[in-house]
Design a protein around this ligand. Structure first.
Ligand code: NAD
Length: 354
């Protein structure tokens, strides 16, 4: 069967390497940033200081109050600081929360973002922004928020705790799994997704064994880049929808939620997505990719049931209603019965079933 597709590459620039953080000034100069505001979470203030020192006179300040899900209050505070300091660009150094704040400033003030990711979430590769107001997260796509340049330095990930490395890595794999069966997938995406999953699945167990293994960290970060690029150019399905609703409604941690849900949705969808299944069989070196993902999560010590994140049976009906209420693309139709079965298995970390 000849499959039609449209592929539009995003204008991404990537500088990769151990010690690449030292290229921050050079990349900022390339982007014409002369007055950078450095963004970070409170836990990564020291790293923000490193970025500021590297930038020297090109830095005007540090905003180190980035928070998960980009609350509008945080954006307003960062916006005021950027305006007060007459910043002409941001250096977002950290995980998806910090890069999300950079994107919000790009959206509101038009500031270019230089992203320096330190987790495997992959936000730096996407034009997707998110903003949370009154406990509701709104998301959208806008080419203006795509970071203008990304520096991947595996040395910056050495401090990422083993638990977060595991769940963040599974979060990255989820982007590739859904890209493989996305309606707008293409040969470029399939190649990136398969390679991305192979890099992460191969390196994460080594990272759990030794978080300071720089070769494994390097492979995982390359996988992150590829999986993030898949997320940036395709339409996600049931897995991302479910994680979005679960995270928003029940205030669950982002990476852990992805880690728990992924094997179950993969089992549900791969049954009707033979090409995606074949790619994942090769990437994970297993006949049953959904089972392979469940085994990988167990091996990494990641949470396996939503109950471990504090979810109860009583939480599920509202989640199911919200998922069913807004249509989204998915290779397999999502009926109420199927969703109930899937969520109950996910709640208790039961075996993955189709
Ligand atoms: P995060 O950015 O919230 O980081 C989690 C914690 O880990 C933070 O406390 C952070 O300071 C710390 N941390 C990060 N890197 C570290 C390191 N190397 N060493 C030690 N500590 C480190 O978590 P995340 O999972 O990277 O990002 C989640 C957020 O990103 C969510 O809000 C999610 O919706 C968003 N996201 C957006 C996109 C997109 O395309 N827009 C994609 C993926 C994720």
């Amino acid at each position: 069967m000849i499959r039609e597709f449209t592929y539009e590459a995003l204008p991404m620039r990537v500088a990769f390497g151990a010690g690449a953080v030292r290229r921050i000034p050079e990349e900022a100069e390339r982007l014409g940033i002369e007055r950078a505001l450095v963004l970070a979470t409170p836990g990564q203030t020291a790293l923000a200081g490193t970025a500021r020192d590297l930038l020297g006179e090109r830095a005007v300040g540090i905003f180190d109050r980035a928070r998960m899900h980009v609350p509008v209050e945080t954006v307003a505070a960062a916006e005021a600081m950027a305006a007060g300091l007459d910043a002409d660009g941001c250096v977002a150094i950290g995980g998806g929360s910090t890069i999300g704040l950079g994107k919000a400033l790009a959206l509101r003030l038009g500031l270019p973002v230089l992203a320096v990711p330190t987790t495997y979430a992959g936000s730096e590769m996407t034009p997707i922004w998110g903003l949370t107001e009154n406990a509701r997260k709104q998301t959208g796509r806008d080419p203006a928020v795509l970071p203008k340049s990304v520096i991947y330095d595996p040395e910056l990930t050495l401090a990422l705790p083993a638990g977060l490395s595991a769940t963040s890595g599974l979060n990255a794999i989820a982007h590739a799994v859904e890209a493989l069966y996305a309606p707008d997938t293409s040969p470029v995406i399939s190649a990136m997704a398969e390679r991305g999953v192979r890099e992460l699945a191969g390196s994460l167990p080594a990272i759990i064994g030794d978080p300071a293994d720089i070769d494994a960290r390097s492979a995982a970060l390359q996988g992150t880049w590829l999986c993030g690029a898949c997320l940036g150019t395709t339409t996600m399905g049931l897995h991302h929808k479910l994680c979005h609703v679960l995270g928003g409604k029940l205030d669950l941690p982002h990476a852990q939620t992805h880690a728990v849900v992924l094997p179950h949705v993969a089992a549900f969808n791969l049954d009707v997505a033979p090409d995606a299944r074949s790619a994942l069989q090769r990437a994970l070196d297993t006949a049953d990719p959904a089972e392979g993902l469940a085994e990988l999560a167990t091996r990494l010590g990641a949470p396996r049931g939503l109950a471990e994140l504090g979810v109860t049976d009583a939480d599920l009906p509202a989640v199911i209603e919200e998922v069913l209420a807004s249509p989204y693309t998915n290779p397999r139709p999502v009926t109420r019965e199927a969703l109930e079965r899937l969520l109950h298995a996910t709640l208790h970390g039961g075996p993955v079933t189709t």
